[in-house]
Each structure stands twice: as C-alpha cells, then as structure tokens.
Design a protein around this ligand. Sequence first.
Ligand code: MRU
Length: 322
Amino acid sequence: MPDVGPESIVRLEAGAVVLLDQRRLPDEEVELRCESAAEVAEAIRTLAVRGAPSIGIAAAYGYALAAELGENLDAAYRVLADARPTAVNLVWALEQMRSDPSGEPSAERARALHEEEVARCRRMAAHAVVLFGPETRALTHCNAGGLATGGYGSAVGALRAAWEDGLIAHVWVDETRPLLQGSRLTAWELEALGVPHAVIADSAAAHLMSRGEVDCVVTGADRIAANGDSANKIGTYGLAVVAAHHRIPFYVVAPTSTIDATTATGAGIPIEERDGAEITSRFAARNPAFDVTPAELIGAIVTEEGVHRAPYIESLPRAVHA
Ligand code: MRU
C-alpha cells in the first residue's frame, strides 16, 4: 500500500529537498535528495517530480533551500524558472516565495504553499462531485493525482471524492504515452484508493466513447488562459474533440494557481517540446509534451472556488496572477 502523503511526495529537510522519484514508480519507491537549486531544477526537467502544482511546490522548496545554503538567489530563481515552460505553477510559486514579507524565500513560506495546494485539492474535489451522476464511467488522461499536486490530487482527487460518494462505477486510465504517467502513476494511485479502473491505450479512448462506455472525461491542467483555453498533457485536446463529437462532457479540475490571467488565450501558452528520444531513438521524432483544449470544448472548469462555466473570461477567479 503506497503512502502518497504530501511529505512523501516532496519535502524540505536541512540541506536538501527530498522527493519521491516518480520516474521509478510504480515498481520502485525511491527518494531523490536534491542538494541545490540546480539539482531541484534537474529533477523537475527530468520529471522526477512532475505535475503542475508539484512542480511549483518543488521549485518553492528549491528556492528556500538556495536561501538556506546561501546560493545566489537570482541565479537560483533563473535555473528553477527555466526548468520547464508550460506549467504556470512553476513561476507562480517562485513569485509567491519572492514576495515573502521576510524578504527571503523561507522554508515556512514554502511549507505553507505546499499545504495550501493540498487544501485547494480537497476543496476542488468537494465542488466537483456535483458533476458526476450515479454509476459514472469516467476517463482520465495523464496523472493529476496526489503525486502531481503535492498531495490528494486535482482530477484524481475529484474522482476519489465522487468514488467515496458512491458515484463512480469505473475509471478508464489513458496510459499516456510517451512517459506513461497514466499507466504508471494514476493506476497506482487508484489501486491504492480501491477505485475500480482499467488502463487503456491512448488510441482506445475514441473507440470506447463511440460504444457509449464513457460518461465523462476529467483531466487536470498545466496552464489555463484568461478565456479558459487549457493546456494539459499531449493527447488531451484529441480527447476533448472526440468527447464533443459524442456529446460526452469534458471537465478540467485545476487550482487557481494554474490560471494565468496574463495570457489571454491558448495561443499564448508556451508548449514544451521534449527530446524525441522519449518516443524513439531509432528514427526522427517530434515530441510536444502538451496541447491546448479550447474553452468551447470544456463543459466546466473546477477550481477551489467552485464549478465555473463558460464564458470563462467572466466566470474564472482572477486572484492569483493579476
Ligand atoms: O509532463 P507532466 O507529467 O508534468 O504533465 C502533467 C500533466 O499534464 C497534468 O495533467 C497536469 O500537470 C495537471 S497535474 C494536477
């Protein structure tokens, strides 16, 4: 029975940020010690820690560690901020740390930020249950569970709460190529929670939708633009298009720390291009890691503030980035 409590996912100890190496899951539960801001940035870049809120939390801890170790804080900020481009939580968390009233990025502020993200997940889940009817067969993509949010989970948190309310019959889990966050991480978390699920090839989702075996699609997000366009793991946009074709509701569950009011539409969201070797080292390959689902394909966006409906330019909370 894995322990995916907040402290085991990522924490700050004296002289190091310690995280559960998500590249080794589910077969091995191995901790990685990062003893500088640059090592934390490398852990983010190589997906030892991943998922938008967890990336932000790890960066906050890395920045606090840099202050503790007397590193050059501007250099630490830069190396962390440049680790990955799409998840807005990364820079959001660093800015939260930089605006710490103590003038220094503190361990206390980083721990508080971590606790706040987990609290947001629980509030999102409580709001999201209204979206699920009895005997729901949901489909999810990538991993938006406790591993991705520093604890509890966003989309997987919503599925967990709906399951606990007796509303979930089954969850289809896209394996999520090329790095298999679904078949390695989401399946592992759902197994631990006792939620009935089955892993599917990403390319099987459309077939199951066409056969009426999917009642809704629920995913997380890495950056939500002011108009509601949402970036998430590559493959999410395709799911939204097929879901719309079959009139299946498509929902996004993400904290306000993922809403980027400074980016007007999805066209402004930077999309990470990763090494083609993650797909094949035998032939030339192109490997965009995220795509953007336009707001018009999203039935609802759930944040800790509530369930938001289109037009999102009016309904989405504006707190964080303004
Ligand atoms: O490349 P990853 O594994 O960091 O991508 C993660 C996702 O796309 C998640 O769905 C998203 O970050 C939401 S996590 C709550």
